[in-house]
Design a protein around this ligand. Structure first.
Ligand SMILES: [Zn+2]
Length: 74
C-alpha cells in the first residue's frame, strides 16, 4: 500500500534525486521512502518517522536553528 505524503506536511525531498517521498506500510512497520527504488533511501519505523527522514535528507548547508528542537523530540 502506497500513501502519498500530504502537501501540508513539512517533509524534505530525497537528498539523492529530489523526489518527494511516500509512505508504504509493511506489516507493522511504516516506511517513509523515496519512490525511486534505486536511491535505497528510506526510514523504517513503527511510526511514520518524518523527524529522522528530514534529518537524513537535510542538505548540509541548510541545517536550521531548529536542530535543538529535533534532538529534544527524537
Ligand atoms: Zn530518491
Amino acid at each position: 500500500m502506497i500513501i502519498p505524503v500530504q502537501p501540508n506536511i513539512q517533509c524534505e525531498n530525497c537528498i539523492k534525486c529530489g523526489n518527494r517521498p511516500h509512505v508504504e506500510q509493511h506489516k507493522k512497520y511504516w516506511v517513509l521512502t523515496c519512490p525511486n527504488k534505486s536511491c535505497k533511501n528510506f526510514v523504517k519505523a513503527l511510526t511514520i518517522d518524518f523527524a529522522t527522514w528530514n534529518r537524513l535528507n537535510k542538505k548540509a548547508n541548510e541545517i536550521p536553528a531548529t536542530t535543538e528542537t529535533l534532538k529534544r523530540t527524537a
